[in-house]
Design a protein around this ligand. Structure first.
Ligand code: EPU
Length: 448
């Protein structure tokens, strides 16, 4: 398995242009937003080894392994996409990012590190610039569990107030994915019982819960987004397989449909993309759900649609960007109302400069009149009107965030020739994206 993400750097670029529709079969990789959370949670174990299967070969895993290197965690990443971790007895309580690099995972290391050392120095998370991405829920939560926290510009200094983290009853102000995971991991090693209300319940979070429950943590999920947890100081490790990446499934589907193609995504699972399939049914795109994957195919007369991103199980924000490019190919006016991140439309701004025929994307700060969201009246550009079909001319565009990266790659496949730069962002979350597109017949080159 070629680890292309390691070869891609700031100077690398992609050349993409319109050719024939995407056609054939492609396999979805393991989920970015599950693998790193399992890696992190495994550090709660005091003995044993963990084997993770179906690990995606992406920058995000590599960045997390760099954090493991700093802690002194032993691991081996194998060419068959397995990762072996020997979590116990790591030697350092400090993680920092080098230069501009970073991800959201540092913050999830707080509990495993303080559980072992009573203190931790944790780099503040980095990641895509799609909003302010505050970490107040994490900090407030960790404090309640019994950590004293001092903040500097780029790090958190944490110290246990008493001998061990202790269970708490806490309510998240918003069902944040990262804060839910952080508090679940923290409660899993805390003494006594915890209740976390208003949790996120994404499939990757449920897999994290399964992993911890199997390891001996008592966990009960209630119907109202409330999770009860009784922690353990003796987490047992058992091998685990990473589920397919639902965001990659959607990205591949949108590229297929946008280019009027016909592609079978092997490994795609209906349960992971249920809401998205509903959107495709409404649009009138072709879907065929099979035992071992989903076929997506273009159909004449697809219809525009007004789409709102929501807390899962609503339509996930991560699907918004690939979907925008598909909507841009459909005759009529569609809209996207982004309610999770306040600043996730920069890529449309960049693409506006490249539209050759058709109307420019209209970006706005107002919510639809019948659907106000928590960003209403706050001056955030979180609404887009897309009137299709558009075509893109020749030019250059720099990737502004990970999912935008795939959207821009798809736009490249509908253009007269796009040079796409800032590739580390794309390869942080997609395994071999150019190779996969090429195998489906796309006119695309990766220049390293
Ligand atoms: N929020 C706060 N305070 C906090 C935490 C979150 O105000 O302490 C707000 C955020 O600013 C945002 C909302 O809550 O407005 C939701 O953020 P969330 O915490 O859910 O995001 P995250 O955990 O930082 C993860 C994924 C994202 C995905 C979101 C969906 C990982 C590593 N990242 O981010 O994935 O979009 O959940 O909510 O799991 C991606 O893969 O490209 C990606 C961006």
């Amino acid at each position: 398995m070629r680890q292309t993400f390691k070869e891609v750097n700031k100077e690398s670029y992609i050349l993409a242009k319109a050719g024939r529709p995407l056609f054939g079969e492609v396999e979805v990789s393991g989920a970015k937003n599950m693998v790193t959370k399992i890696m992190t949670a495994s550090l709660l174990a005091k003995k044993g080894k963990l084997l993770i299967r179906n690990v995606p070969m992406i920058g995000e895993v590599f960045l997390t392994l760099q954090l493991f290197d700093q802690l002194g965690v032993k691991y081996q990443l194998n060419s068959d996409k397995t990762l072996e971790i020997e979590p116990c007895g790591f030697k350092s309580s400090e993680v920092k990012f080098k230069g501009e690099e970073g991800n959201r995972i540092s913050l999830l290391l707080a509990a495993p590190v303080i559980a072992q050392f009573g203190e931790a120095v944790i780099a503040k998370p980095k990641g895509c610039q799609i909003g302010a991405r505050k970490i107040d829920f994490h900090i407030e939560g960790l404090k309640q569990f019994g950590a004293e926290i001092k903040e500097t510009e780029d790090a958190l200094y944490l110290k246990l107030k008493t001998g061990r983290l202790h269970g708490v009853h806490i309510r998240l102000p918003f069902p944040s994915v990262g804060a839910t995971e952080n508090l679940i991991i923290t409660a899993s090693c805390a003494e006594g019982e915890s209740i976390i209300d208003n949790c996120a319940i994404e499939p990757e979070i449920i897999k994290l819960v399964e992993f911890l429950q199997k390891g001996g943590v008592e966990i009960l999920i209630r119907g109202d987004r409330s999770i009860y947890i009784r922690g353990t100081d003796d987490l047992k490790l058992s091998d685990i397989t990473i589920i397919p990446d639902r965001i990659e499934i959607v990205s591949l589907a949108c590229a297929t449909l946008g280019t009027r193609g016909d592609v079978f995504v092997r490994g795609a699972r209906q349960d992971l993309v249920l809401t998205f399939l509903g959107v495709l049914q409404r649009i009138g795109a072709g879907i065929e759900i099979r035992e071992n994957g989903i076929r997506f195919y273009y159909q004449d007369k697809m219809k525009p649609m007004a789409v709102t991103t929501e807390v899962y199980p609503g339509l996930p924000t991560d699907f918004q960007q690939p979907l925008a490019i598909l909507l841009s190919q459909i005759k009529g006016t569609s809209s996207l109302h982004e309610t999770i991140f306040e600043n996730r439309f920069e890529y449309l701004n960049r693409l506006n400069g490249l539209i050759k025929s058709g109307e420019k994307f209209i970006l706005g700060q107002d919510c639809p009149a019948d659907n106000p969201c928590r960003f209403s009246g706050k001056g955030f550009t979180h609404f887009a009107e897309i009137s299709g079909p558009v075509t893109f001319g020749k030019g250059e565009v720099s990737i502004c965030d990970l999912r935008a990266g795939f959207a821009l790659l798809t736009a490249g496949l509908l253009s007269e020739g796009l040079k796409i730069t800032n590739l580390p962002l794309l390869f942080r979350g997609y395994e071999n994206p150019v190779g996969k597109m090429k195998a489906l017949g796309a006119d695309v080159e990766l220049v390293l």
